[in-house]
Write a protein that binds this ligand. Sequence first.
Ligand SMILES: Cc1ncc(COP(=O)(O)O)c(C=O)c1O
Length: 452
Amino acid sequence: MSLPPLASGPEGPDALRPLLDVVLDALRTGTEARGGPLPAGGPAAVAARVRDAVGDVLPDEGDPTALHTLVRALAEGAADPAHPLCAAHLHCPPLAVATAADLAASALNPSLDSWDQAPAASALEALVTRALAREAGMADALVTTGGTESNHLALLLARERHGTGLRLVLGANAHHSLPRAAWLLGLPDPVVVPTPAGTLDPVALAQALTHLPGPLLVAATAGTTDAGLIDPLPAIAALCAAHGARLHIDAAYGGGLLFSDRHRDRLTGLDAAHTVTLDLHKLGWQPVAAGLLAVRDPHELGALHERADYLNADDDTDAGLPDLLGRSLRTTRRPDILKIAVTLRTLGRTGLATLVDQVCAHAHEFAATIRDHPAFDLYDTPTLSTVLFRPKDASDDAVAAIRRHLLTDGRAVLGRAHLDGRLWFKTTLLNPHTRPDDLAALLKLVEGNTPA
Ligand SMILES: Cc1ncc(COP(=O)(O)O)c(C=O)c1O
């Protein structure tokens, strides 16, 4: 049997080209077979179809049609964020150009743990991370697998600066990865400040900061997971400065506003943070993964310094080979920066701003439709692109059941959020191609499935 072709090298492009045709055809036919935003039938039916498609996972003899079969099965069974009725999560439809760039990253397979595995990719990463950090008013940024890893690294850098007695103070609206990181890093139990209005209240935070012994790390959120709200960053930054507390801002969702002249002001105060979580696989239209942790003081990254003779021997570093190992907790690391760099250059600030402005405008229009609708309650005017609503007078159990019914039928992917003591449908609008008619159809679908 001849050896299978490789993706890189002089013959790589010619080997890839016909395979790409296979992949694209499988994506098309799988998507057509699904028809809607996600597969019908629920978990058992999907698992059975996948089992049928896969057959023997490791057959004795290989099957050249496996690429088409499995890609088609994945597409048929996908929750497709490019479908306008797939609107639950911070799960964006990736841009075609970013996905194409990611193919090149897979083909070349640079690994960013040493210069001799990634000469150009490491130079590109240095340029792009610093430029993105500057957008957030920071000095440097590390590439991560997303908001969770960024939050984890932020707490790690804070602990290395202030010691293991550092206590995290965060709003009840903060992402679960923050208290989890405190647990993982062996920090004291976090203090959770209630957020009945959805955002961190400076008065309640001031009380906590006044009574708690230091050192303290406050985590604020710019774009909450449930409602897309932004904590009052300038007031929180002023309190942190007054009480000598360190500030981390989780802008995994809201960070995308930095690209928009219309919306950037909402992030005023971001540059007062010591660390900022950004995540371009949310409001940045990147394929997963595309996280960043931006840091104000680049010297703090010294805490991640690591020496491994096979990757960054002292004499290599002294001779001028860049030392990359300290730019992540990971060792082998893919060049997620390529798709980000291609996107920034292809769309420019204006193109990205158009996308951000578009999804925020969709959210406002959708909220206005719900507000005027006799059958629905709107949670609030959206801040970012999240809209929460519920059928008037429905019980929480009914809301949960409608959501699962639409999921199981494969007709809509709606999220859920508990706020103000009630359960709401959550739509996180991240698809710039969605039209007002699509959102009207979504409301009709929910209405048609709401028990009288
Ligand atoms: C505010 C916030 N921070 C962090 C995260 C975690 O990001 P990831 O899922 O990329 O790890 C999320 C995810 O939704 C989030 O909403």
